[in-house]
Design a protein around this ligand. Structure first.
Ligand SMILES: NC(=O)C1=CN([C@@H]2O[C@H](COP(=O)(O)OP(=O)(O)OC[C@H]3O[C@@H](n4cnc5c(N)ncnc54)[C@H](OP(=O)(O)O)[C@@H]3O)[C@@H](O)[C@H]2O)C=CC1
Ligand SMILES: Nc1nc(=O)c2c([nH]1)NC[C@@H]1CN(c3ccc(C(=O)N[C@@H](CCC(=O)O)C(=O)O)cc3)C=[N+]21
Ligand SMILES: [Mg+2]
Length: 281
């Protein structure tokens, strides 16, 4: 068996074509969607992601502002900057690129962003709304994963989803979103005993740990859907948390890295920003 590829890049391109038209119409009506991205320090990977976000905004007509702050920026300075953007009527979305330098408390920064501009969906109020299924900005990576599964007509309801990883930005929210879609969800993490016992039971396996080629064919049930969130650099080459060459022989569907989850993450960020512009009062 050779798995069907879940092509995130292609779906992202299709969604962005539609968004382009939507943005044109909004601009014609006098509302230009605006996204502000704050980058603190000069982390190489972060710079690449931020550039990619900006390029994507330009492509579809979203006004984007990059605020670059030095590595030694204090938490107070960053909070002041966020306050300014909270008040700026031309800005619909604020994204503070993570991770932040050690002198800055991530929680304090996320909580400073006004929830109506939190297009990452990381603010505790928006996380709470996601849990209760109220309308809110959904976190981009989990949201993109659900969109990919739906596009491929993969049934979620009743399926056993196993999530490896429990971060606030990927693992926890992806499990919650799939629970909202009526999946039965199991979470695994670094303290899980006998991980393979769980992964082999997954109808849909979501891997978000940050360890190159960690998941092998022997960890996966025949016919399972496998979503690889990992972004690892191995000898300058990008690779996922899943051993693609092995796992494609047992999975029914598999996301590539690059070209899978990553492009969908950025696409859902654009979508949240457009939604925020539409919600302007
Ligand atoms: N494609 C995309 O759009 C995105 C990709 N990423 C990528 O996804 C990966 C995960 O990101 P993120 O969630 O932020 O990472 P974190 O480092 O915040 O979390 C990693 C999680 O994996 C768990 N874990 C680590 N090692 C193991 C192990 N050996 N067995 C089981 N569980 C383990 C950790 O467990 P514990 O909690 O016990 O420490 C933790 O919950 C990274 O490669 C990141 O670059 C991230 C965001 C978006
Ligand atoms: N506030 C905040 N929000 C985030 O959403 C956020 C963040 N901080 N910090 C870092 C992670 C990581 N992340 C990625 C987004 C896109 C790709 C992506 O587009 N990847 C391409 C390849 C990129 C390349 O070639 O380097 C792909 O998979 O095809 C990857 C990773 C968002 N994150
Ligand atoms: Mg995001």
């Amino acid at each position: 068996m050779s798995a069907a590829l879940l092509n995130g890049k292609e779906l992202a391109a299709k969604k962005r074509e539609a968004m382009k038209k939507e943005v044109s119409a909004l601009i014609e009506g006098g509302t230009t969607p605006g996204l502000a991205v704050i980058l603190v320090g000069d982390n190489q990977a972060s710079q690449t992601y931020v550039r990619s976000k900006q390029k994507s905004c330009e492509q579809i007509g979203i006004h984007s502002v990059l605020i670059k702050l030095p590595e030694e920026t204090t938490e107070a300075t960053l909070l002041t900057e966020i306050d300014r953007l909270n008040e700026d009527p031309t800005i619909d979305g604020i994204l503070v690129q993570l991770p932040l330098p050690p002198q800055i408390q991530e929680r304090a920064v996320i909580e400073k962003i006004t929830p109506s501009k939190d297009v990452d969906g990381f603010h505790p109020i928006n996380i709470g709304k996601m849990m209760t299924k109220d309308k809110t900005f959904l976190p981009c990576t989990p949201y993109g994963i659900v969109e990919m599964l739906k596009e491929a007509d993969i049934t979620i309801g009743g399926k056993h989803v196993v999530v490896i990883g429990r971060s606030n930005i990927v693992g926890k929210p992806v499990g919650q979103l799939l629970l909202n879609e009526d999946a039965t969800v199991t979470y695994c993490h670094s303290r899980t005993n006998d991980l393979a016992t769980f992964t082999k039971q997954a109808d849909i396996l979501i891997v978000a740990i940050g360890k190159a080629k960690f998941i092998k064919a022997s960890d996966v049930k025949e016919g399972a859907v496998v979503i690889d969130v990992g972004m690892n650099r191995e000898d300058g080459k990008l690779c996922g948390d899943v051993d693609f060459e092995e796992v494609k022989e047992v999975a029914s569907h598999l996301t590539p890295v690059p070209g899978g989850v990553g492009p969908m993450t950025i696409t859902m960020l654009l979508e949240n920003t457009i939604q925020s512009a539409k919600d302007r009062t």
